[in-house]
Design a protein around this ligand. Structure first.
Ligand code: FES
Length: 113
C-alpha cells in the first residue's frame, strides 16, 4: 500500500526525542507499516521494512530500538540505520538504507508530503 499524500502520521509532541515509533495502517486486505523518527526539530519517515531480509524493525512489543540517540536498530539481526535519513550505519544492511517516505510538518503534526 502506498502512503497517500496528506495522511496524518503522528503529532510531533507524541514522538520520543530522540526516538521513533511504528505507525500501522490497514485498509481492507492492504497493510502499510511506517517508522516515524524524531531528533529535535528533524522528523522523517520510512517504510518499516529492513533491507537485509525484509523484516519489520521493531521489537515484538512494538517498540523501536534506538541506540546512542542516533541509530535505529533492526531487532531481527541487528542492522543499524541513521535516525535522520535511514542510511545504513552498520550490521547486515550492507550499505542499503531504509526507504524514505517524504513528510511535511504542519500545525505540530507530521503528514505524508
Ligand atoms: S532483517 Fe533487519 S537485520 Fe536482518
Amino acid at each position: 500500500m502506498t502512503p497517500r499524500s496528506g495522511l496524518l502520521l503522528a503529532r510531533v509532541d507524541a514522538l520520543p526525542d530522540p526516538g521513533a515509533i511504528v505507525v500501522d495502517f490497514v485498509e481492507g486486505e492492504k497493510r502499510l507499516s511506517l517508522i516515524v523518527t524524531r531528533r529535535g526539530a528533524h522528523v522523517a519517515a520510512f517504510f518499516n521494512r529492513c533491507p537485509h531480509a525484509g523484516y519489520p524493525l521493531e521489537r515484538p512489543d512494538g517498540r523501536m530500538v534506538v541506540q546512542e540517540g542516533r541509530y535505529l536498530v533492526c531487532t531481527a539481526h541487528g542492522a543499524s540505520f541513521v535516525l535522520d535519513d535511514g542510511a545504513c550505519a552498520g550490521g547486515p544492511c550492507n550499505g542499503e538504507g531504509l526507504t524514505r517516505v517524504a513528510v511535511t510538518v504542519r500545525d505540530g503534526a507530521v503528514f505524508v508530503a
